[in-house]
Design a protein around this ligand. Structure first.
Ligand code: ASP
Length: 379
C-alpha cells in the first residue's frame, strides 16, 4: 500500500505555511509606490519623488499625482507637456489631461484646453465640481476661468522657434512655401540649411542644440506626455495623464491622454495604467483599460502591458515595417505594489540615447528610472 503519511503531512504543513509566505511577501513589498513615464530633464523622477513626499505626509493619492505632474507641466523645458509644450499647426498650445481618484471611483478630463498651464488641475475640477466627465476647447477654458485659473500664453520662445522651423520646412508639390523668401528660395535639397539660416536670423541667441532639435521635430513631429500612478499605505490609488499632444496637430485634435479608458484607467480593486506615445494607436486598443482588465484576470503588470502592445501590433498585421515609426508605452501599477513600464520598441524611433524606461519611487527608496520591458527590438 502506498504510504501517504509524508505527503499528507507535507500538504498540511504546506497549507499552514502559505499564509506565512504570503505575509512575508506582503511585508517585503513597499507599502506606497509611485510610477510615471520617464520624461526629459529627470521629469518623471522628480514627479515620483514629489508624489511620494505627499503620500508620506499622509496626503491623498490624487493630490500626490497631480502635484507630481505639475512640476513637469510648469517646466518650459519639457516641450511635450503643459507650459512650453509644442503647439498645434496654428502655433497655439492645446493641452489634454485626465485623472482618476480610486477611493471615490470618479474621474475628470479636459481636451484641447488653451491658456492654462496646469490642465491636470482643471481635469480634477471637472471631476470634483461638475457632474460631467470631460470638457473640451472653449467650454473647458470658460470653466477653468470660472474656477479661478489664470490665463497665460503657453508658447515659449523655444516652442515658437520650433513651430516656425516646422512651418518653413514644409513644401508644396513645386517645392514652394509661403513662409520663406518665395521665388528666390533655394532648391528643396538645401532646404534644411536655408530654413535654419532664416530661423537663426530671427532667433540670434538660439543654441545649435535647439536648432538641431527644431529640425528633427519639424521632420518627425514628436509626441510626449506624463502619466503618473500612485498607491498609498492604505491601498488607495489615483492616476493622472497630461500632455500637449502631437506637435503641429490640427487644432482640436485630442489623442489618448484625456480619454478615460485610453490614456488612463484606474480600478481601485485592481490597479491603474496609463500611456505615452502615439495616442491614435493606443485608442484603437483602448489601452489603459485593456491593461487593467488584463491585471484583473491575473496577468502581472508587465504581461498585461505587453498583451495590450500585441493588440496594437495585430492592428498592423504584425508588420514591423509599418510599426517601425510608432512609439507607444504603457505603465501599470497593481494594487499590491507590483509595477511595470512596457514599450512597443526597445528604443524610441528618433534620437534615442537609451532604451525605454519609466520612473518609480518605492516607499523608503529613491526615485529612479528603471528599464521597461518591450515587444520589439530595433535593428
Ligand atoms: N499620447 C499623447 C497623444 O497622442 C502624446 C504622447 O504621449 O506622445 O496626444
Amino acid at each position: 500500500m502506498k504510504d501517504t503519511t509524508f505527503t499528507r503531512r507535507a500538504a498540511i504543513l504546506g497549507a499552514a505555511a502559505l499564509p506565512a509566505i504570503r505575509n512575508a511577501a506582503a511585508q517585503a513589498r513597499p507599502r506606497a509606490v509611485v510610477i510615471s513615464s520617464a520624461n526629459r530633464n529627470n521629469g518623471g523622477v522628480n514627479c515620483c519623488a514629489k508624489a511620494m513626499e505627499i503620500l508620506k505626509a499622509g496626503g491623498d493619492t490624487l493630490d500626490a499625482v497631480i502635484a507630481g505632474v505639475n512640476i513637469v507641466e510648469l517646466d518650459p523645458r519639457d516641450s511635450s507637456v503643459g507650459y512650453g509644450g509644442l503647439p498645434n499647426e496654428e502655433g497655439v498650445v492645446e493641452l489634454d489631461s485626465s485623472c482618476m481618484h480610486g477611493p471615490s471611483r470618479r474621474g475628470g478630463a479636459v481636451g484641447a484646453l488653451r491658456n492654462i498651464k496646469t490642465p491636470s488641475k482643471v481635469a480634477r475640477m471637472v471631476m470634483e465640481q461638475t457632474d460631467h466627465m470631460m470638457l473640451v476647447g472653449e467650454g473647458a477654458l470658460r470653466f477653468a476661468r470660472a474656477m479661478g485659473f489664470k490665463e497665460e500664453d503657453l508658447l515659449t520662445e523655444e516652442s515658437r522657434l520650433q513651430w516656425l522651423t516646422w512651418k518653413k520646412s514644409l513644401r508644396d508639390g513645386s517645392g514652394h512655401n509661403n513662409w520663406g523668401p518665395g521665388i528666390d528660395a533655394p532648391p528643396s535639397e538645401q532646404r534644411k540649411a536655408a530654413v535654419l539660416r532664416e530661423i537663426k536670423e530671427m532667433f540670434p541667441n538660439a543654441s545649435e542644440e535647439l536648432l538641431a532639435e527644431a529640425w528633427e521635430n519639424a521632420i518627425h513631429p514628436p509626441h510626449g506626455t506624463i502619466n503618473c500612478i500612485a498607491l498609498n499605505e492604505k491601498g488607495e490609488m489615483s492616476a493622472v495623464t497630461t500632455t500637449s499632444g502631437l506637435a503641429w496637430k490640427i487644432p482640436g485634435r485630442v489623442g489618448d491622454s484625456p480619454i478615460v479608458g485610453g490614456g488612463l484607467w484606474l480600478d481601485q480593486d485592481v490597479g491603474g495604467a496609463g500611456s505615452t506615445g502615439r495616442g491614435e494607436e493606443n485608442l484603437r486598443v483602448c489601452g489603459a483599460h485593456t491593461v487593467v482588465e488584463n491585471m484583473r484576470h491575473g496577468m502581472a503588470p508587465k504581461d498585461a502591458c505587453l498583451d495590450a502592445l500585441k493588440r496594437v501590433s495585430r492592428n498592423f498585421n504584425d508588420d514591423l515595417k509599418r510599426l517601425e515609426p510608432i512609439d507607444l508605452n504603457f505603465y501599470a501599477l497593481r494594487k499590491d505594489g507590483e509595477c511595470a513600464g512596457a514599450a512597443l520598441w526597445n528604443k524610441a524611433s528618433v534620437n534615442a540615447t537609451r532604451g525605454a524606461q519609466f520612473a518609480v519611487c518605492r516607499d523608503g527608496g529613491e526615485s529612479r528610472q528603471e528599464n521597461s520591458v518591450f515587444l520589439y527590438e530595433r535593428k
